[in-house]
Design a protein around this ligand. Structure first.
Ligand SMILES: C[S@@+](CC[C@H](N)C(=O)[O-])C[C@H]1O[C@@H](n2cnc3c(N)ncnc32)[C@H](O)[C@@H]1O
Length: 223
């Protein structure tokens, strides 16, 4: 599938839909994984429009938060949107002196400046957007970006129940690229110099209404 740039309206709607669901059990499950994101320097891969919102769920307030996303509209939204909730989140970052950067980029491509730099790296719904044959290479790359003992947090959705049309759109925008096998993700991390310290699967009770059958999380520590 060729990457089609997600339009700003798609990103706006995505952000608003997430916000409206923030208190449902599924959201509470996935957001609880962000407690494992800690340390001074944090990288959010495929950050989407939620980069600044995520910060309130981290294990601590960092000194530096970098978000990278392949869709320009996500980065534009983070910088320019007047959504009151996002304005609040930006204010929170400023008041707490968190140095932020939101960048357009492809995180499956190497970046020398990131080697040994981060305490935590996380992807929320991001590894499921990558091509299967890129996963191992990307895990290795992310491993090299962590300081020794740093952690990678992966939270992902699988058993997609969305309509064919919605799936197709998500895959063109690189928001989702087919179901990954949960245990395979762990295996690939272990093969990439990570030690898995936490793993949990949430079996969604109302799969069809929610749009996904399972949400899972991994915390993997750089060896
Ligand atoms: C399902 S969305 C998740 C967004 C955000 N993390 C969240 O929690 O809402 C997947 C994101 O990954 C981004 N993405 C996909 N492939 C990418 C790549 N190779 N490099 C950087 N970002 C990528 C997409 O643009 C999209 O914003």
């Amino acid at each position: 599938v060729e990457h089609v740039e997600a339009p700003l309206s798609y990103v706006e709607h995505y952000y608003e839909a997430d916000l409206a669901e923030r208190d449902i059990p599924e959201s509470r499950f996935y957001l609880s994984w962000l407690k494992n994101v800690k340390g001074k320097s944090i990288l959010s891969i495929g950050c989407g429009p939620n980069l600044y919102d995520d910060c309130q769920f981290f294990g601590n307030i960092p000194k530096e938060l970098i978000g990278v996303d392949i869709n320009r509209a996500n980065i534009e939204f983070l910088k320019k949107s007047k959504n009151p909730n996002l304005e609040e989140a930006r204010k929170f970052m400023a008041e707490n002196n968190v140095k932020t950067e939101a960048l357009v980029g492809d995180v499956t491509k190497p970046n020398k400046d990131y080697i040994n730099r981060f305490d935590s790296i996380y992807g929320l719904g991001v590894f499921c957007a990558f091509r299967q044959d890129k996963l191992k290479e990307t895990f290795m790359l992310l491993n090299s970006y962590l300081k020794p003992g740093g952690v990678l947090v992966d939270v992902d959705w699988t058993e997609c129940q969305l309509s064919q049309e919605e799936r197709q759109r998500k895959s063109e925008y690189l928001f989702y690229n087919g179901d990954q096998e949960i245990s395979k993700m762990g295996r690939l991390m272990e093969e990439s110099n990570f030690l898995i310290t936490k793993r949990q699967v949430y079996d969604v009770p109302n799969k069809e209404a929610y749009g996904w059958g399972k949400i899972y999380g991994y915390v993997a520590k750089k060896k």
